[in-house]
Write a protein that binds this ligand. Structure first.
Ligand code: NAI
Length: 267
């Protein structure tokens, strides 16, 4: 029997595109743990993704919203409160997209207009989301806001390109907004730094398959699967972690603390 850690909690989940999405697993776990939530994604993603299947199965309402649009997010959180019947206890931001990575531009030859768009989608959207939640007073006291990030914010992974700076910005926004939200009504704001995971966004990175294997061997526990990431997120949405805020939390099988793993030399 799944523990009902999130019984009575109301949430909004961004970023479930298909079954591989980390947000997809998070939605399934949150539902199994007793939460009610709305699901959201960019209107274009709703056309080619599979979010309807998930929404039907979990009995959740889909509200389209482009996370770069303040207007869309104002509507999203207003409607979510109405549908769920009260203020929001948890929000998941699981959004990332790089135009330069998609176009396979080298890091030393990036298009800077696209770079700004990448930052807007992958990082500034987190600030916009927090600001709409803050100004609209949508979050319940002791609520929890989470973003998903990657260790390229701290260390260099050349093929991650401009997404590294996006994640550094995202983590900084979470820390800074964590202060303001704690002062306002005890809401916590954190990021989870997840292992490489086989998803649409992940596989967009050059050489991802080989890198996935490298990280898996380097991590003493192996790469953390999406389902385990979902379980970890659920603890952070629950009342068991009320004093954890302004943190970047590694969920990576130990990767971030390794310097060298002998297994990689033996192979
Ligand atoms: P995914 O491709 O399934 O999810 C990315 C989501 O962002 C998609 O649902 C997409 O529609 C959404 N999105 C893009 N532009 C948007 C916009 N303007 N408005 C609203 N939504 C938009 O891939 P994944 O891997 O599940 O990504 C979720 C998060 O996890 C991302 O922040 C990603 O950077 C992060 N992450 C992924 C890792 C991996 O190896 N897959 C590792 C560490 C972090």
């Amino acid at each position: 029997m799944t523990p009902q850690l999130l019984a009575g909690k109301r949430g909004v989940i961004f970023g479930a595109l298909d079954e591989q999405s980390i947000a997809w697993s998070i939605a399934e776990v949150c539902a199994a743990m007793g939460a009610k939530f709305t699901l959201t994604n960019a209107p274009v993603a709703l056309r080619f993704g599979q979010l309807n299947t998930l929404a039907e199965r979990l009995g959740a309402t889909i509200i389209p919203a482009d996370a770069t649009s303040i207007g869309d997010m104002e509507k999203l959180f207003q409607q979510s409160e109405e549908i769920l019947g009260g203020k929001i206890d948890f929000v998941l931001h699981a959004i990332g997209m790089s135009l330069n990575v998609r176009k396979k531009n080298e890091y030393t030859n990036l298009n800077h207009d696209w770079m700004l768009k990448t930052f807007d989608i992958s990082a500034v959207s987190f600030h916009k989301m927090c600001q709409v939640l803050y100004k609209g007073d949508h979050m319940a006291e002791w609520g929890s806001i989470l973003g998903l990030t990657y260790i390229a914010a701290q260390r260099t992974f050349p093929d991650y390109s401009e997404m590294a700076e996006s994640k550094a910005l995202l983590e900084s926004f979470a820390r800074s907004f964590g202060y303001h939200f704690a002062e306002k009504n005890k809401v916590r704001v954190n990021t989870i730094s997840q292992s490489p995971t086989m998803t649409t966004a992940g596989q967009g990175v050059k050489g991802f398959d080989k890198f996935f294997g490298y990280a898996d061997t380097m991590s003493p526990l192996g790469n953390a699967p999406a389902l385990d990431c979902a379980n970890y997120c659920a603890t952070l949405f629950s009342d068991l972690t009320r004093y954890v805020t302004m943190q970047n939390l590694f969920h990576d099988g130990g990767f971030s603390s390794m310097g060298m793993n002998p297994k990689l030399i033996q192979e």
